[in-house]
Design a protein around this ligand. Structure first.
Ligand SMILES: O=c1ccn([C@@H]2O[C@H](COP(=O)(O)O)[C@@H](O)[C@H]2O)c(=O)[nH]1
Length: 240
């Protein structure tokens, strides 16, 4: 993959108009656009089709976490919308991941389309090692937990995981080269950390072995959003 294809821009905006204007501005320099709950809840499912029609690949980041029947039914709907990738929480369990992977393949087969990649969300990038231990009462270390969950996601037929840059190298070693690692919590040196806890720069994330990096606010907040995206892509190009 070329550096621009590795950049996923988080369309964390309130309206369809803002999202489509961003897609228009960035589609020739960005690989994938991510729709999270903010945009999906305001614009509705049709925004996935609209962005796909406008020439962007779409990552539907709704982080499904429910019982197997509910999530696998939602996976069929997301597949019908033409998403390029979507995600579920690994913490939803093996059966949920297995049924979701199976339903996605079946639905795509019925439609005669390429199936979306199903990713497992490991531990959110806004959670620190200390919060994991003290608030969530999880006694495994962050890296060990994330690797265990990545292996479980792979065994259940998922295409990859969403994980912080801090765990990329360990996941890559445990899960091998074909397993996708999608990494939010990425901050260029010129951007604020915001609420992200486990971060690296874009260049470091790619050097550690991420397939895709996800960036929102550092691009969305810029006066010139295209220039901000280009700066990140140049950093990726220099690092590869
Ligand atoms: O662990 C996770 C999972 C998902 N995200 C999402 O990625 C973007 C990051 O946006 P920034 O503005 O670059 O922080 C956002 O949409 C999150 O919902 C994540 O950050 N961490």
């Amino acid at each position: 993959m070329k550096p621009p294809e590795r950049l996923i821009v988080a369309l964390d905006v309130d309206t369809e108009e803002e999202a489509l204007s961003l897609v228009d501005e960035l589609r020739d320099v960005v690989g994938v656009f991510k729709i999270g709950m903010q945009l999906f809840d305001s614009a509705g499912p049709d925004i996935v089709r609209k962005i796909t029609r406008a020439g962007g690949r779409v990552f539907v980041d709704l982080k499904f976490h429910d019982i197997p029947n509910t999530v696998s039914a939602a996976a069929r709907i997301i597949t019908r919308l033409g998403a390029y990738m979507f995600n579920v929480h690994v913490a939803g369990g093996r059966e949920m991941m297995r049924q979701t992977a199976k339903a996605t393949l079946e639905e795509a087969g019925c439609l005669g389309i390429s199936p979306p990649r199903v990713l497992g969300v490991t531990v959110l990038t806004s959670i620190s090692e200390q919060q994991l231990r003290e608030d969530l009462k999880i006694q495994l270390g962050m890296e060990e937990l994330v690797v265990e969950w990545a292996l479980m996601a792979r065994e259940c037929g998922l295409s990859g995981v969403v994980a912080s840059p801090h765990e990329i190298a360990a996941i890559r070693e445990a899960c091998g080269p074909g397993f996708l690692i999608v990494t939010p919590g990425v901050r260029p040196v010129w951007a604020d950390k915001d609420d992200q806890q486990r971060i690296t720069t874009p260049a470091q994330a790619i050097q550690l072995g991420a397939d895709y990096i996800v960036i929102g606010r550092p691009i969305l907040r810029g006066k010139n959003r295209r220039e901000a995206a280009m700066r990140i892509i140049e950093e990726l190009e220099a690092s590869i």
